[in-house]
Design a binder for this molecule. Structure first.
Ligand SMILES: NC(=O)c1ccc[n+]([C@@H]2O[C@H](COP(=O)([O-])OP(=O)(O)OC[C@H]3O[C@@H](n4cnc5c(N)ncnc54)[C@H](OP(=O)(O)O)[C@@H]3O)[C@@H](O)[C@H]2O)c1
Length: 268
């Protein structure tokens, strides 16, 4: 590696949606390590409590939890208002939570699948960003918003059409909203990832292993990693480092960018 960086987010307050597991958990951990106050969010209340307790053990800032379904606008409103009540101000929103529907084809996908995917993956990012941006503008906070996209959003075919379309929409949201936020000193960007080790990708590997003789989850994950130009699967901390960079002063002139953090998966 060339060069070394340490991030300092002491005194900054962040919301990370979908942060009890996988990449969101990795992002929350890095922000806590960097001294930030962090709101942990997911639907499962027990997981939220557990993640808050675990992260609190090493935190120098405050860690709170808000269990809320971000597919529900009221859940997003509660997530933002409880975070503002706890920290007084929000400097960073990470729109991370998403679902990955497994429809067979765009022809057989249902309207319900479409609505659910767009509500969780796109509408929630828009609405959370809107509420946090209004709070930042009212309080003169020159903050940062980082959305989570996926390489499927760049592809024109392949499996998981609805998921892909939702991520193409996240890219569009990032460009257009970043443009309108920039005059307020608020920077919006996105990270776009390829296959990364998480709760969800382990679950997918388990499904695949069950259909192959003598295959193991670890073996499947290694195989998927070997297929990437980097020769390994992404880890939550790879994405977390990119989020902290985009949120930090080192990215002060980076606006409306989709940063591809995919070990070269973006080239395939
Ligand atoms: N892992 C990959 O290979 C990969 C690749 C490309 C992009 N991404 C992107 O990375 C992000 C994180 O994915 P991941 O793989 O880390 O997912 P994951 O391991 O499945 O974790 C998802 C997290 O989000 C929470 N969540 C799910 N639906 C929610 C909802 N409606 N409201 C609130 N919280 C919700 C989950 O907890 P509950 O179930 O308790 O709510 C969990 O904490 C997503 O934006 C995804 O599109 C991932």
């Amino acid at each position: 590696m060339v060069g070394k960086t340490r991030f300092d987010f002491t005194g900054e307050s962040a919301i990370v949606t979908g942060s009890t597991k996988g990449i969101g958990r990795g992002i929350a951990e890095r922000l806590v390590d960097a001294g930030a106050n962090v709101t942990i969010n997911a639907r499962t209340e027990e997981d939220v409590k557990q993640a808050v307790n675990e992260l609190d053990e090493t935190a120098s800032g405050r860690v709170i939890g808000v269990s809320a379904d971000i597919a529900d606008p009221e859940g997003v409103e509660r997530l933002v208002s409880e975070s503002v009540d706890a920290f007084n101000e929000i400097d960073l929103l990470v729109n991370n939570a998403a679902v990955w529907p497994r429809e067979e084809s765009m022809v057989t996908a249902s309207l319900e699948d479409w609505d659910y995917t767009m509500d969780v993956n796109v509408r929630s990012q828009f609405y959370a960003a809107k509420l946090v941006a209004e709070h930042m503008i009212e309080n003169g906070i020159e903050g940062s918003i980082v959305n989570h996209s996926s390489q499927t959003g760049d592809r024109r075919s392949g499996p998981r059409g609805l998921y892909g379309i939702s991520n193409t929409s996240v890219n569009g949201l990032t460009w257009r909203m970043a443009h309108d936020l920039a005059p307020h000193g608020i920077r919006m960007n996105a990270v776009s990832t390829d296959l990364t080790e998480s709760y969800q990708s382990r679950w997918e590997a388990k499904q695949e292993a069950e259909h192959q003789d003598e295959a193991t989850v670890e073996g499947i994950l290694d195989e998927w990693g070997d297929e990437r130009p980097a020769g390994r699967l992404g880890q939550p901390e790879d994405i977390a480092h990119a989020v902290l960079y985009l949120a930090s002063d080192k990215a002060d002139y980076v606006i409306g960018d989709i940063l591809r953090v995919s070990g070269g998966g973006n080239l395939q």
